[in-house]
Write a protein that binds this ligand. Structure first.
Ligand code: ADP
Ligand code: ZN
Length: 727
């Protein structure tokens, strides 16, 4: 190496790129460009240009390595050091390349376009001479509404950007300057809110104190449904805002309804920024920038809001902290509640976890005095939770192919007659979970997965819930050829709806299931339910998530779905939370409510606890079971899923990985075993489960073990630290 090959005065920027890369790449900073850590830059990578973030600046040392130049710096507030640290820590925790995590933080392409082109398009006066179907679509979108950027317009019409540009040349689209973003209003901390009752006031004062201390501290806000947890954490938010900080309120995506947003708006006198998956590109950009510049003070968002470029985050509230929806399974498998806590410890600010059915993880952290706790014991203005009664299905006579017992049917009829609203809860999508041939017993299975095809009668298809494969319902059995003998087996939400239409012909019914309504449509239906325009709701777990339905007085749980023998160690806790939450939807308005639970296991401890409203006894029992088994939260888990196109090759690879596991104190490796769903999308799946004592560093064990493991060909290895999915 010779000292004269590179000038010493140069500065290097280590730039992290949003790709599956563990480290930042070095680039030269060209003459005339000043950069600092956190800056968003464009850099060359091979033939491409990529947007990344300067992770570190350092002086150049003489080297033979030919480094390329940074192309451009974007005129934006740099990503804070805290946010960069958060990204790094999260990557470390989940054994992900940091670049993959950065990718989640940069999912707002429009932000980087704006500097270059502040031009939008709308329908112009001309008609193009040549009107292709693609052009037609663009024009349809363009005449519908606002001016849009070329890329957004192209996206919305499902065409390439070139189609838009070409249309603009013909005069069929015209260019307009994009208006500036709507500004974020400053919250007014005394704009609204109720005067708190005694319990609420005590809880709020404690939270305010914690926030005012400006230190990292996790508080569990534990209160029965309807006790006013929202009102209480609003006070914690007000305290953080008073200190000039930004506040993030995380909700499961589905709970982000217009009514909830209106509640925040009433309390703080300004519309909060929202962040969820079906925001328009321009609004995403507005929020992203507003957060980066510290102007968006309150963000109400789904889990991915954690990755917004926070300028001065001072509090995260995680509502419904027990919700499994906080766990992302695809891509980087992270748990937003846990990462909110991690962010708080990196950023040295408090985190409030709120729930009527807290997770055992959080409860154990309270037991160990790592978390503080505040409790709300009573429902506001109504001391009792809904009365829960049990319908012993082993004693009920019920016509085959129907699911509603006489007592539940009568109760629904009465509720509707009284002008109130009822909810029937069944946690199964589709019409029937299984279709079989009555002649030969053949069951319809997905050709790509080891799973039954589920009939969706409204859509007139069979669907695989694992890979999405669809096919028409066959008239004849594909096995024995008998016609007209295929029958549905078991209940699904659509089948229940059919029964409800028969039994309650006058009812105004809404069906709430993730595959029937999503996004805006779902929000609209939820609004109809809230307004009481609908008087009979038939829903899956979608309805259990934090909604406030003021007209609802009766909840009927159709099938308790006690999958307690399943491979999921949290099955009991989950079933408990789901049932308690669903029951808790009843009687939140002016009238008291009740819940009726149909069950085939009336003596099950969970059932007993539910009747008595005795959460603690049941959860304490669960805690003991988990402790004895060394399962979370008492121990730690990581799941390894090995998959591949070739069955025997996949098995061999799984065994090879298992054999390579180092011996370590306090760690057991279970498996490999075929996954409960042994094939998905034509890929064979094997699983390994790593069980570690709580104080063992499971990440370094995994790193050590898997360093040399390199899947080849179609083989893949995915690592899930703290798994919630055991299929
Ligand atoms: P939770 O979040 O615990 O389920 P909410 O905060 O949604 O409970 O409160 C339930 C209902 O009671 C809401 O309509 C809320 O506006 C109302 N409420 C709660 N506390 C008060 C209060 N102190 N004064 C008036 N209304 C209240
Ligand atoms: Zn499938």
């Amino acid at each position: 190496m010779s000292t004269d090959s590179a000038p010493l005065s140069q500065v290097l920027a280590d730039v992290l790129l949003p790709l599956a890369l563990p480290q930042a790449y070095s680039y030269r900073v060209p003459e005339g460009l000043t950069l600092q850590a956190g800056d968003y830059v464009a850099v060359p990578l091979g033939p491409r240009q990529i947007i990344g973030v300067v992770w570190e600046m350092r002086p150049a040392f003489p080297t033979n390595m030919k480094l390329r130049d940074v192309i451009q710096r974007f005129d934006m507030v740099p990503m804070s050091e805290t946010h960069r640290k958060f990204i790094e820590w999260l990557a470390n925790y989940y054994l992900e390349p940091a670049g993959n995590v950065l990718r989640m933080a940069l999912r707002v392409p429009a932000v980087f376009e704006e500097a270059k082109q502040n031009i939008a398009y709308r329908a112009g006066p001309e008609r193009p001479a040549k009107l292709t179907p693609q052009r037609q679509r663009v024009l349809e979108v363009a005449t519908q509404g606002f001016a849009m950027r070329a890329s957004e317009l192209a996206d919305a019409a499902g065409v390439g950007v070139s189609v838009v540009k070409a249309l603009a040349k013909t005069g069929a689209l015209e260019e307009v300057a994009l208006p500036a973003h709507r500004a974020f209003r400053e919250p007014d901390l005394n704009a609204g809110g109720h005067s708190l009752n005694k319990d609420q006031a005590i809880a709020a004062a404690t939270l305010r104190q914690v926030v005012a201390a400006r230190m990292h501290k996790v508080m569990l806000l534990d209160g029965v449904t309807g006790s006013g947890k929202t009102e209480v954490y609003f006070e914690a938010m007000a305290a953080a805002l008073a200190g000039g900080k930004q506040v993030l309120l995380l909700l499961p995506e589905i709970a982000l309804t217009a009514t909830f947003i209106a509640r925040v708006e009433n309390r703080f006198g300004c519309e909060p920024a929202q962040w969820h998956s079906d925001l328009k590109a321009r609004e995403r950009e507005r929020v992203w920038r507003g957060v980066a510049e510290g102007k968006a003070k309150i963000v109400v968002g789904a889990r991915s809001a954690l990755f917004l470029p926070w300028a001065k985050l001072g509090l995260i509230v995680v509502d419904e902290e027990h919700e499994n929806a906080y766990k992302q399974d695809e891509g980087v498998p992270y748990h937003a509640r846990d990462m909110a806590v991690l962010y708080g410890s990196v950023g040295k600010f408090p985190v409030v976890l709120s729930s009527a059915t807290p997770s055992l993880e959080s409860l154990l952290n309270v037991d160990r005095e790592r978390y503080g706790i505040v409790k709300l014991k009573d429902r506001h203005g109504r001391p009792e939770l809904p009365e829960v009664t049990r319908i012993d299905m082993t004693r009920e006579k019920i016509e085959s192919g129907t699911w509603l017992s006489q007592p539940l049917t009568d109760a629904v009829t009465q509720t509707l007659k009284d002008g109130d609203q009822a909810l029937l809860f069944l946690n199964r999508r589709g019409f029937a979970p299984l279709t079989l041939c009555r002649s030969c017993g053949h069951r319809l299975h997905c050709p790509h997965c080891a799973a039954a095809m589920v009939e969706h009668r409204f859509k007139k298809i069979l669907m695989c819930h694992h890979c999405g494969h669809k096919e028409p319902v066959p008239k004849a059995c594909p096995e024995c050829g008998t016609e007209g003998d295929m029958v549905p087996v078991g209940p699904g939400i659509e089948r229940l709806a059919e029964e409800a239409v028969r039994k309650f012909p006058e009812a105004r019914i809404a069906i709430l299931s993730s595959d029937l309504s999503r996004g805006q449509m779902l929000r609209d239906t939820l609004r109809d339910v809230e307004n009481g325009d609908v008087n009979l709701v038939i829903g899956t777990q979608l309805v259990a998530k934090g909604h406030h339905f003021p007209h609802l007085t009766l909840v009927g749980v159709v099938d308790t779905d006690l999958v307690l023998e399943s491979s999921d160690p949290r099955a009991g806790e989950r079933t408990w939370a789901l049932l308690a939450q669903v029951a808790g939807r009843a009687g939140r308005g002016a009238k008291p409510g009740k819940a009726m639970v149909q069950t085939y296991v009336p003596q099950h401890p969970l059932m007993q606890a539910l009747l008595k409203g005795d959460r603690d006894t049941y959860l304490n029992m669960e805690k003991v079971v988990r402790e004895n088994a060394g399962l979370p939260p008492h121990g730690r888990l990581a799941a390894l899923v090995i998959s591949g196109k070739d069955a025997s090759e996949t098995e061999r690879f799984a065994r090879f990985i298992a054999n390579a596991a180092p011996l370590a104190e306090g760690i057991t490796v279970l498996g490999p075993a075929p996954a409960p769903i042994a094939m998905v999308r034509g890929r064979t799946r094997w699983r390994l489960l790593v069980k570690a004592k709580r104080d063992v560093n499971i990440q370094s064990f995994l790193r050590e073990w898997l360093r040399e493991v390199k899947p080849k060909g179609s083989l893949a290895l995915s690592i899930d630290v703290d798994p919630y999915n055991f299929l």
